[in-house]
Design a binder for this molecule. Structure first.
Ligand code: TXA
Ligand code: MG
Length: 326
């Protein structure tokens, strides 16, 4: 069994141990404000390769490198344009990953051979403390197996990865709840690879027009411009469908995730929060829970239009498009 702290927050001794493990080339799962990460020393190629083994992730998917200071971030990029400075000052620590040309010290194992690196300063005290204790940047994908739902609690990590990870830092339920916005500043104009709770509109207000990379199919093979954008990602095992009206509910034993619908009395329902931020924070937790309950299907009310719902709509479309689902 991996070691996990019993209390609500890892104590100093456990953080020190986690830092030592990272420096020794081992893996530590840790909380961030978005989802839990599976971390290794970003400067140690062998340690980083173990992340890919444990996740069952193709080596063509680059990892995000987590930092605890602007100085550490700058040391990992070979260029630091004014846009990076503006965005980092405004949104870090927080759920925004910046793709920049990589510095020579970043191993190819981290970037899947790409000349760029993804950088992010997470807004979680345990994540920042871990990086400080380790004294090195930490490469981490979400701490789930490839194509499965991202974990938003330490228990999700334990259930998904179990023995494969040495230590899990439990920092409570993730407050943002879906993965960071991924923005490339290595191209002009800047390109949004993955929508997140830092919206395109908020980014554009600061640095001007941004292109959206759009939905990309599940092609494997050569390194993808942003391989995490494969369509069959973020999926529960249960078939998930998006619907716009309760009349679209299929027959059989299912559950409907909605915001304020009136459901037929025979249909089980889960009511979600009205605000996009609270909805995002609850989404994966809800899907993880329902996925354990043996339903034939999970029907989700399509989220509203609007910039603040874009990332939620993106994750739900991906979850609904899994093989075997609809
Ligand atoms: O919120 C998050 O970003 C979480 C927490 C743990 O920080 N991490 C996460 O990692 O979601 P992962 O590996 O599941 O997704 C990383 C995303 C993928 O879409 C990947 O393609 C993209 O970031 N990415 C990383 N480095 C890249 C690069 N150099 N060029 C293009 N895309 C990159
Ligand atoms: Mg992931």
């Amino acid at each position: 069994m991996p070691k996990i702290n019993a209390g609500p927050f890892p104590d100093r001794a456990l953080l020190e141990e986690a830092g030592r493990l990272i420096r020794a080339g081992r893996l530590v799962a840790f909380p961030t404000e978005t989802v839990y990460g599976l971390g290794a020393n970003a400067l140690d190629a062998a340690a980083v390769r173990r992340i890919f083994e444990v996740k069952g992730r193709p080596a063509t998917s680059p990892l995000i490198v987590h930092v605890n200071s602007l100085e550490m971030a700058r040391g990992l990029a070979s260029e630091w344009p004014p846009e990076a400075q503006l965005l980092a000052e405004r949104f870090w620590p927080g759920p925004l990953t910046l793709i920049l040309p990589k510095a020579a010290c970043v191993p190819d194992a981290v970037t899947a051979g790409l000349p760029t690196v993804g950088l992010r300063m997470p807004a979680h005290p345990a994540a920042l403390a871990l990086i400080r204790e380790a004294g090195v940047p930490i490469a981490a994908p979400s701490a789930n197996r490839f194509t499965e739902l991202s974990p938003t609690t330490a228990e999700h990590v334990r259930a998904a990865l179990g023995e494969a990870v040495d230590l899990i830092l439990d920092g409570g339920a993730a407050q943002v709840g879906i993965e960071s916005t991924v923005l490339s500043l290595a191209v002009s104009p800047p390109r949004l690879f993955r929508p997140g709770m830092v919206t395109r509109e908020a980014i554009e207000a600061l640095i001007g027009p941004v292109e959206y990379a759009g939905r990309l199919e599940n092609g494997e093979g050569a390194a993808h411009p942003s391989p995490g954008m494969h369509l069959r990602h973020y999926s529960p095992r249960t078939a998930l469908l998006l619907i716009t009206d309760p009349r679209e509910l299929p027959a059989g034993r299912g559950v409907c995730v909605h915001r304020n619908w009136r459901l037929p009395s025979e249909v089980a329902g889960v009511r979600m929060p009205e605000s996009s931020a609270a909805y995002a924070a609850a989404l994966y937790e809800t899907l993880h829970r329902l996925d354990q309950q043996g339903w034939d299907w999970i029907a989700v009310e399509a989220p509203p239009e609007g910039p603040e719902w874009a990332a939620i709509a993106d994750r739900l479309r991906r979850a609904a498009s899994r093989a075997g689902g609809r």
